[in-house]
Design a protein around this ligand. Structure first.
Ligand SMILES: Cc1cc2nc3c(=O)[nH]c(=O)nc-3n(C[C@H](O)[C@H](O)[C@H](O)COP(=O)(O)OP(=O)(O)OC[C@H]3O[C@@H](n4cnc5c(N)ncnc54)[C@H](O)[C@@H]3O)c2cc1C
Length: 460
């Protein structure tokens, strides 16, 4: 027996995995999540070894009345994977990945991280579209949609999802696909963890090979206005092979960057070209020839290396704060706002991406999945980062001011980039029609709102 807060006890023998209470040695290790600014104390942590543990944990949550938080990769921006006095259902021990190279199918358990999935698929020159930092969880990322370096060619993570296994709020095991529980399958492709705990995902793998042409091309941030104007026109008719992210930050002290620029504000355009390298080089040429960059490390390299490139910029434990919005295009006004606010970055650790959307993402019908924003031109993910509490508030204010300055052009927001921003913002993220459909689904699968520590779709 592990004693939780008060009199409640949880029967350890009912689980194959570990049950940790505040008195256990590993409790502090496992209650921690990626964003260091959250220091929450759950009543207990159930580290699930398999589906049976997830069912037992849900049933315990139900019978005890203790609220439930679900953790897979632990990368929730607002820290929804842990809550004070809640039961933390931790799927991170569930690490199984099986790739069938003949059928090009990957079966992935909920505790798998993006880099772990990439490692298995790349053994066969395959890939599942995912995100840009390898220690993010496949589960949370996929349930929100999943945007990343190869999405313009191969779509979102949810666009390659074939089926998913879930444990519902009643502790029932269900399988959802186009052919079985199709309504639920629609909802989990963007609707987050509202309908149950996903235990396993089945993805189509895409043939990618093992190499991409990718990496940052860098200019001083004082040139950001010209860079962004050129960039906007250059990518206007970009083929699906290329996806780009623009990053504003203070230059890190890396050997690729001239020493005199270390700590100085820079703007980087980071292309990732999947396809014929010569065609990629030809496409990149005008960008390289427009005003000479101070560094150019866009080279042919292993896909695995590119997937991990941004890992050092977003390590666990630092303090982070994000606010995000989509915009239709990079107008002159939006560029001016971007330059003005980027030049005000204080923290040497702050680094925020502007994502080029479109391509294959935009060619899937808007109503086919719960994911919203297929028509977005660019996604701003304005994020602050500090080593700890020092300077955090000032950097957070910078995020809020920047985001507010973009408000006249906001066009929705990606649900996985939302913070703890309230019910209206969640409704905005889905749009009224999709939200109503998701709400009907929530009433069917979780009428009591058992799964509510999340970007919540209220059944009411
Ligand atoms: C450093 C970093 C980089 C990122 N990069 C990208 C990116 O490139 N592309 C992108 O699309 N997003 C990206 N994101 C956002 C990311 O998709 C979300 O934060 C996502 O929720 C993380 O999933 P997780 O499993 O790691 O997180 P967790 O914190 O474990 O979970 C996040 C949410 O999902 C729910 N959830 C988690 N697992 C399950 C499950 N098995 N069943 C049901 N509900 C569950 C939780 O309840 C929680 O509300 C990034 C986030 C970070 C911190």
């Amino acid at each position: 027996m592990t004693t939780l807060a008060g009199e409640i006890q949880i029967d350890d023998a009912a689980f194959r995995g570990q049950v940790l209470g505040p008195a256990d040695a590993d409790y502090d290790v496992h209650r921690r999540i990626w964003n260091g600014c959250f220091d929450r104390q759950p009543a207990a942590i159930v580290r699930c070894a398999g589906v049976a543990d997830v069912i037992a944990a849900v049933k315990f949550g139900r019978s005890s009345g203790i609220p439930v938080a679900v953790r897979s990769g632990g990368h929730s921006f607002p820290g929804y994977s842990v809550a004070d006095d809640a039961l933390m259902i931790d799927l991170s021990p569930m690490k199984g990945v099986r790739v069938d190279p003949e059928k090009r199918i990957a079966r992935v358990q909920a505790g798998v991280l993006l880099g772990e999935l990439d490692r298995e698929t790349q053994a066969f020159g395959l890939a599942v579209p995912s995100g840009i930092v390898t220690h993010t969880g496949v589960a949370g990322l996929t349930l929100g949609g999943g945007i990343g370096w190869i999405m313009r060619k191969h779509g979102l993570s949810v666009d390659q999802l074939v089926s998913v296994d879930l444990v519902t709020a009643d502790g029932e095991f269900v399988h959802a696909s186009e052919h079985e529980n199709a309504d639920l399958f629609w909802g989990v492709r963007g609707g987050g963890g509202n309908f149950g705990i996903a235990t396993e995902f089945e993805f189509r793998c895409v043939p990618l090979g093992t190499q991409v042409l990718a990496g940052p091309i860098i200019w001083p941030m004082t040139q950001s206005g010209e860079v962004l104007r050129f960039y906007r026109d250059w990518i206007a008719d970009a083929p699906d092979e290329v996806m780009t992210i623009v990053i504003h930050r203070k230059a890190p002290p890396l050997p690729i960057i001239p020493e005199e620029l270390h700590g100085q504000p820079v703007v980087m355009v980071v292309p990732c070209w999947v396809g014929d390298v010569d065609a990629g080089e030809a496409f990149l040429k005008p960008l390289r020839e427009f005003g000479p960059p101070v560094a150019d490390v866009c080279v042919q390299k292993p896909y695995l290396a590119h997937q991990a490139m941004l890992d050092p910029s977003f390590p666990p434990g630092r303090w982070y704060y994000f606010k995000s919005c989509d915009v239709a295009e990079l107008t002159d006004e939006i560029i001016d706002v971007t330059v003005e606010h980027s030049l005000q970055i204080q923290s040497p650790l702050t680094s925020f991406p502007i994502w080029q959307m479109g391509g294959a993402v935009a060619r899937v019908g808007d109503g086919e999945t719960a994911f919203n924003g297929r028509g977005a031109g660019f996604t701003y993910n304005i994020g602050a980062c500090t080593a700890g509490s020092e300077g955090f508030e000032a950097e957070r204010d910078w995020v809020r001011n920047f985001w507010s300055a973009l408000e006249p052009w906001h066009q929705g927001v990606y649900v996985n980039f939302l913070g703890d921003e309230g019910a209206d913002r969640i409704r905005d993220a889905y749009g009224a029609d999709k939200y109503d459909r998701l709400q009907a689904l929530k009433r069917k699968y979780d009428p009591d709102n058992f799964f509510r520590i999340n970007q919540n779709i209220s059944p009411a």
